[in-house]
Design a protein around this ligand. Structure first.
Ligand code: FES
Length: 220
């Protein structure tokens, strides 16, 4: 038996997430983010293990992950630079900035530099319109950009001067929630069973079945 790809810490956090939901598959997206935090992207081995953790097929994990822009099923550069070209940024020169970024990094949007450091992509509104034009690096914001400020940003990233500001790709938050779920496995199983029973009773009530009240008025 081969060792799991996901680290024990990632798997433990994934199991906590599964326990938070009535249905394990509801934890699919947050667990994808955990795996992406570990590897920077969703590796095929991780996809298989996520599927096992939430009780779906790897194809279902892939289908979900490939739908969302923030999840990546292909390797990325160390820094994912996302340039907004939506209306506020466009009016402040975002397309010219993107053109400059492509020339400066010598890649087209959607690809990665030969040294594996930067992946450049174009995005819709990043919700920082007041500082247009804006980009994100590994989902951290940099606004009021000019060509010169973009070049400085790239130089600072290359030199590691922003390591305190810009974490590795996949890291959404650096402060871990403490405590998590306090319930043990047995309590979770019992609560799930109670919920399933309650739902069955409610369905029977709605259909006028033997344990129902006839109309199923939707009381809680
Ligand atoms: S339009 Fe660029 S951040 Fe909103």
């Amino acid at each position: 038996m081969t060792a799991p790809h996901l680290s024990e810490d990632t798997r433990a956090r994934a199991r906590q997430l599964v326990a938070l939901y009535p249905h394990p598959r509801s934890a699919l997206l947050p667990i994808c983010h955990l795996a992406q935090e570990q590897d920077g992207w969703l590796r095929p081995e991780a996809i298989v293990e996520i599927a096992e953790l939430v009780g779906v097929t790897p194809a279902e994990v892939m289908g979900t992950a490939s739908f969302y822009d923030m999840l990546h099923t292909e390797p990325l550069g160390r820094y994912l630079i996302t340039v907004c070209t939506n209306i506020a940024c466009l009016l402040q020169g975002a397309y010219e900035l993107l053109e400059h970024a492509q020339e400066h990094l010598e890649v087209r949007a959607g690809s990665t530099t030969a040294d594996g450091l930067f992946t450049l992509e174009e995005a819709e509104c990043l919700a920082d319109c007041g500082r247009a034009p804006v980009c994100q690096v590994n989902h951290r914001f940099f606004g009021d950009l000019t060509d010169g400020r973009f070049d400085e940003l790239v130089a600072d990233l290359r030199a590691g001067r922003l390591d305190d500001t810009v974490p590795p790709h996949g890291t959404l938050v650096r402060i871990r929630r403490q405590g998590g779920l306090g319930a043990d496995e047995g309590t979770i199983v019992a609560e799930r069973r109670a919920m399933a029973d309650a739902m069955a009773q409610r369905a029977a009530a709605a259909s006028g079945g033997p344990s129902g009240q006839g109309t199923g008025g939707g009381g809680s």
